[in-house]
Ligand binder design. Structure first.
Ligand code: AP5
Ligand code: MG
Length: 214
């Protein structure tokens, strides 16, 4: 099964993608997570990506497309994947279509997690990410057992650099200009499914399972 998660920054794409990956036994591929891992490891790609991410801008398409095409070649991606944060522009979606159709494949679903802008800033300021394993929490909606400490690996939880309110505002603007057009793109392809992302995260997941099948 090949799934694309669409939605604004903070809509819950990562939260839902992790749940989907675990239920359906497919890898969760997040371009944002791949960039953050590169930044942490001090790679050249990480240094390039950081310049854009810190401002809330998109990393140039060519860097993202090469990276994702390499990721698809890994063994665990043979039976599908859930893409989180890719594609994010029309040229990225076209590059994905081209690569899939060359292999006689197509995506199965593009799931748009809908959350209005008003809810987003509040969500982002409460998000905490683990410096060790990357697990995501929310101080109110999905709090760790011990404040500031990851339940899974025991490392410290921090606010992401790009989750400061000024940067979130720019990310939302970039989303509306460059990523939202993908909703129409996948609607025209007959692949679009929409879920309400404002309800409890388990209810969002149940709505997604209804779409994907048990
Ligand atoms: P990326 O990491 O993809 O960030 P994003 O799209 O801005 O989305 P987020 O990860 O912020 O939000 P999310 O939807 O995953 O929400 P989450 O589940 O964490 O990208 C970061 C940057 O990398 C980009 O700005 C860009 O620079 C670059 N980049 C990445 N991919 C790129 C690409 N393809 N092309 C170019 N550049 C690229 O949830 C948010 C919070 O809400 C959490 O605290 C969570 O616990 C909470 N929450 C989740 N669901 C609910 C719910 N139902 N109710 C209450 N709280 C909830
Ligand atoms: Mg995410």
């Amino acid at each position: 099964m090949k799934i694309i998660m669409l939605g604004a920054p903070g809509a819950g794409k990562g939260t839902q993608a992790k749940m989907i990956a675990s239920k359906y036994g497919i890898p969760h591929i997040s371009t944002g997570d791949i960039f953050r891992a590169n930044i942490k490891n001090g790679t050249e790609l990480g240094a390039k990506a950081k310049q854009y991410m810190d401002k809330g801008e998109l990393v140039p398409d060519e860097l993202v497309v090469d990276l994702i095409m390499d990721r698809f070649k890994e063994d665990d991606a043979k039976n599908g994947y859930v893409l989180d944060g890719f594609p994010r522009t029309i040229p990225q979606a076209e590059a994905l279509d081209k690569a899939l159709s060359a292999a006689g494949e197509d995506i199965d679903f593009a799931i748009n997690v809908e959350v209005p802008d008003e809810n987003i800033i509040n969500r982002m300021s409460g998000r905490r990410a683990c410096v060790g394993c990357g697990a995501t929490y929310h101080i109110k909606y999905n709090a760790p057992k011990v404040e500031g400490i990851c339940d899974t690996c025991g490392k410290e939880l921090i606010l992401r650099d790009d989750d400061k309110p000024e940067t979130v505002k720019n990310r939302l603007e970039v989303y509306h200009n460059q990523t939202q057009p993908l909703i129409d793109y996948y609607e025209k392809k007959g692949k679009l499914k929409e879920v309400d992302g404002t309800v409890d995260m388990n209810d969002v997941f149940n709505a997604i399972v209804d779409i994907l099948g048990a």
